[in-house]
Design a protein. Structure first.
Lengths: 663, 293
């Protein structure tokens, strides 16, 4: 190889952050993207980016609190050192994006303004109107363009990642990609390959994700031997606008700016919502969660909205499930200044002005907490050791993953406005690791490896093009898969349904082999590219279903009613106390069994082989997630006593102090 | 707390089934390859309430048959976010340049007597069908150095303080999605199609194409971006370099003040205001340079 090169797959926030920092370090980067990078899915992120800031600091906030909120919100399923490192980097990252020209909203004195997001009591979220993801992405896109002009970055837009290329020792030495215009296959040798390819919402058919979020790149890495972590944890966002082609996101910032969720107390009250008096409305989130109100973590808000529409039959409409999200009490000028972008989306696609009429919204699949398993090296202060070759590396040496496509930062549930942070953080943080790897990895003649994989990919492509007589329609099959996954693997999960669905997905995968392509040409053949992507959805669907089936508990976004732990029923103080003791016993048993990362490896027969890995919870001892639970105070009391006793016994003082500080 | 919901999870996200008796007629200007001949083809898809042009194209892709039942390759087009923020799906819909995702079928049928007409943008080379090559648009952003020239991405504290008024002035310009509507509508922005010669090395071809782009009009989007970055405290440190580009070949003097750009911008960016500001700034700069000589 002439000079050290890194291959970055994906040009969203994570991929661009890594590319920018690598170029600064003088490393050459090939950047592959399905679309011009400025059109990546990060543009859809609306609400903002979290970090501790000068104001919250004076209210008692600090990086440790942000870290604590993130792991508590994620139900303790994340390894803690990477999350701590991310929270520590938060203020620097927002400062950096500010310097790059992101037009963050301002206070009258010219400081960055912040708003409150879910799962925290502090206003940590910096925002640029309601298109923060777009603005952050543009800032990085601009910097990468600058480096492109400088000659260090070579973009390959409208290219598809097909497979990593591994040498005899198993190390990833580059990748095979395909030009989506000319359909040409090409080998990209590299010292390391970084996947920054986002989530896999399209496995669920319609979601809040962009059409490029097929998850195919991750699936291809998984099929080539990379492990997939926590696949069953899929975030269903509480508030989206239902649509036939897409479920468009209605940002959490709408609630962060004071938006209130309600339903009429009378089922399907036919009146204009504005004519329904306060007393006849149920602000059910505020009623059930007085502390967090409309800003409970997303998994909880989603289940409540789902539940009030289904179990309680209080959906606003009869034929379509939805609740009101009401902003009409907020001055129009404030709404335009802080939420303009998302209100325009609602107006454009629904034909109703949300400034004067409550919006109708319902949950939709939104974010993949799970993703490629990645490693990290713990530093002496409990964070991540910067520059370690292990950071963000998959189990395949030389293959890295960052951004939404890794599993590392959000555990069982992601907090709002933490994804923009994790994407930029993991991109910046992986760069010194890659710079260290560049130029020292491998050696030997890799030509034959690339040729073999290239031929394999060409063969797969040719085989697909020859299937003109097939009986199955790839678009119809995709829709079927999406409907099935949405029905069984979103808000409420049941073992019988999951087991049945697994069989159905296997059948669909078989049927996919009989798919007909309607375009057999070799020029901008979107038909065959989509068919290929659909084929790669089944392995992911299977690992999601199997992970969900096996995990017999409730944790974050993964909710099985059969295994839920209801609150305290007793009213008598002594009985209450006894019940809380039992509750905590059960919680401890459950943690011992299930506080583990799910690791799926693709077996030789294509079925996921699942193992479990202990979670590093050494910094903040796991505690019950008690948002809104009846009897939370007594459970918390019992739990604190147990924790204190344990700390006294084994000298785990720091944890106990942190625990106390968190309350 | 949450109660169990019995067998109702299947209701999630399901819309009311629409009566699928009506059909939507669509006429598409197709082209199989770059530089190839174009031809019209008609399609028909089942009507659904609230559908947009993207859902129409998705249905065409799934059925891959023309109105008269002939099997054809699906229509190629670009799209991604479907909420008018990625800028991918620009096309000519019933003759107007706009985003396919926010083009709602009900309104289109009203406008155009029951038929929808789709054509690719005319100012960019067609790749296939409705997909066009818009790399010239991004090259313009390089030409005007549409970025803040920071030292590096290490920690140097926060960015400059900015008044809310200035932020509100800059934010609409920063919302540009690079869709190209303003360029399609501009009479001064004409198509440049550079094709690779037989045996020409890729790098040489790219250089030749870039030179062709650089001799031609920047376009309203790039002028507006130049003004955005000139108004930023750090971005403005290279304001003179941007003004030099704006007053050079293919710069603002090319603007014929047709004001079509601002009329078609899906993000309602005040493009003509940016152009006017650029004109004033360029005049001042030219004088200054004249007297500094």
């Amino acid at each position: 190889m002439a000079q050290p090169r890194i291959l970055v797959i994906g040009g969203g926030l994570a991929g661009l952050a890594a590319t920018m920092r690598l170029a600064e370090l003088g490393v050459h980067v090939d950047l592959i993207s399905l679309v011009p990078v400025k059109r990546s899915h990060s543009v859809c992120a609306q609400g903002g980016i979290n970090s501790v800031n000068a104001l919250t600091r004076q209210q008692g906030d600090n990086e440790w609190q942000h870290f604590d909120d993130t792991v508590y919100g994620g139900d303790f399923l994340q390894h803690q050192p990477p999350v701590k490192e991310m929270a520590d980097w938060g203020p620097r990252i927002v400062d950096l994006m500010d310097r790059l020209g992101v037009p963050f909203n301002r206070t009258i004195e010219g400081f960055r303004d912040q708003r409150r997001f879910g799962g925290t009591l502090y206003k940590r979220t910096s925002f640029a109107g309601a298109t923060t993801g777009q603005q952050l992405l543009y800032a990085l896109d601009e910097q990468v363009r600058r480096h492109e002009v400088g000659g260090l970055v070579k973009k390959h837009e409208f290219w598809d990642f097909l497979a990593p290329v591994r040498d005899d020792s198993g190390r990833c030495r580059g990748a095979i990609c395909q030009d989506l215009v000319t359909m040409e296959f090409r080998a990209f040798p590299a010292d390391a390959v970084v996947l920054a390819t986002g989530g896999n919402g399209l496995v669920y058919g319609r979601s809040t994700m962009s059409m490029i979020c097929t998850g195919s790149a991750v699936s291809r890495a998984y099929q080539a031997g990379a492990w997939y972590g926590n696949g069953e944890f899929v975030q269903v966002h509480p508030t989206a606008i239902p649509g036939a082609d897409k479920l468009r996101l209605m940002s959490e910032s709408a609630r962060g700016e004071g938006g209130r969720v309600w339903v009429p107390r009378t089922p399907q009250d036919p009146r204009d919502p504005r004519d329904i008096p306060e007393a006849e409305r149920s602000y059910f989130l505020e009623e059930r969660y007085p502390k967090y109100g409309n800003l409970v973590p997303r998994d909880i808000a989603t289940r409540e909205i789902f539940d009030i529409c289904t179990t309680e039959g209080l959906s606003v409409e009869k034929d379509r499930l939805c609740v009101y999200l009401d902003l009409t009490h907020i001055p129009r000028e404030t709404l335009d200044r802080k939420l303009g972008g998302i209100l325009e989306i609602y107006e454009k696609f629904q034909g109703v002005d949300p400034r004067s009429m409550p919006m109708k919204i319902f949950p939709a699949v939104h974010y993949s907490m799970g993703g490629l398993w990645v490693d990290y090296e713990r530093s002496s202060d409990g964070g991540m050791e910067e520059g370690s070759p292990r950071n963000q590396q998959t189990n395949i040496p030389g293959l890295y993953a960052i951004g939404e496509c890794d599993y590392q930062y959000h555990g069982a549930n992601r907090l709002g406005a933490n994804s923009l942070l994790s994407c930029i953080f993991s991109g910046l943080f992986v760069a010194p690791t890659l710079a260290r790897v560049a130029g020292v990895a491998g050696g030997g003649d890799t030509g034959r490896l690339f040729e073999a994989e290239l031929r394999r990919q060409e063969e797969r492509h040719r085989e697909l093009l020859s299937r003109t007589a097939g009986t199955e329609n790839p678009y119809g099959l995709h829709q079927e898969l999406g409907n099935l996954m949405t029905r069984v693997a979103t808000v409420v999960r049941r073992n019988d349904q999951l087991a049945e669905a697994y069989g159905e997905v296997c059948e669909m995968e078989e049927r996919w082999r009989r798919c007909a392509v309607s375009d057999t040409g070799n020029w901008t053949n979107q038909n065959v590219v989509f068919t290929k992507a659909v084929g790669d959805m089944f392995p992911v669907a299977k690992l999601v279903l199997k992970g969900a089936l096996q995990r017999d508990e409730c944790r974050g976004a993964h909710f099985k009613p059969e295994f839920s732990m209801p609150g305290i029923a007793a009213t008598d103080p002594v009985e209450k106390r006894a019940e809380a003791e039992l509750w905590c016993d059960r919680f401890e048993e459950n943690s011992a069994k299930w506080l583990k990362s799910t690791i799926a490896a693709c077996g030789p027969d294509g079925h996921p082989e699942i193992t479990y890995q202990d979670v590093d919870t050494s910094l903040i001892p796991p505690r019950p997630r008690l948002y809104g639970l009846v009897g939370a105070e007594v459970i918390e009391e019992v739990w604190k006593e147990r924790l204190a006793a344990r700390a006294a016994a084994n000298g785990h003082a720091q944890g106990a102090v942190a625990m106390a500080a968190a309350h | 707390m949450i109660k169990a919901a019995e067998n109702i999870s299947e209701l999630i996200n399901d819309l009311a089934p629409a009566a699928a008796v009506r059909r939507v007629r669509v006429r598409v200007l197709r082209q199989d390859t770059a530089g190839g001949e174009s031809y019209w083809e008609r399609f028909e898809v089942p009507y659904e309430a609230n559908m947009n042009v993207i859902s129409v194209l998705q249905k065409i892709a799934a059925q891959a048959r023309t109105q008269d039942g002939r099997r054809v390759a699906p229509v190629a087009w670009d799209c991604s976010c479907l909420e008018e923020v990625c800028g991918s799906c620009t096309m000519l819909i019933n003759g107007s340049t706009r985003m396919a995702c926010s083009a709602l079928v009900d309104k289109l049928l009203e406008e155009n007597g029951g038929e929808i007409e789709l054509r690719p943008m005319s100012k960019f080379p067609v790749v296939r069908d409705l997909a066009v090559d818009r790399r010239r648009l991004f090259r313009s952003l390089e030409r005007v150095q549409a970025w803040v020239p920071v030292d590096d991405s290490y920690d140097h504290g926060p960015g400059p303080r900015i008044s809310p008024e200035k932020q509100q002035d800059a934010y609409p310009l920063a919302e540009c999605i690079s869709c190209g509507c303003c360029l399609e509508a501009c009479p001064q922005f004409t198509k440049i199609e550079v094709t690779r010669r037989e045996g020409e090395p890729e790098a040489e071809f790219e250089t030749r194409r870039r030179q062709a782009f650089d001799a031609a009009f920047l376009g309203a989007h790039a002028i507006s971006q130049a003004m955005l970055f000139n108004s930023h405290p750090t971005g403005g440190m290279i304001a003179d370099e941007r003004l030099e580009t704006l007053t050079g070949k293919g710069g603002i003097q090319m603007c014929g003040n047709a004001q079509n750009c601002v009329a078609v911008c899906p993000k309602r960016i005040p493009l003509t205001r940016s152009i006017a500001r650029a004109g004033r700034a360029a005049t001042v700069w030219a004088f200054k340079r004249f007297f500094d000589r």
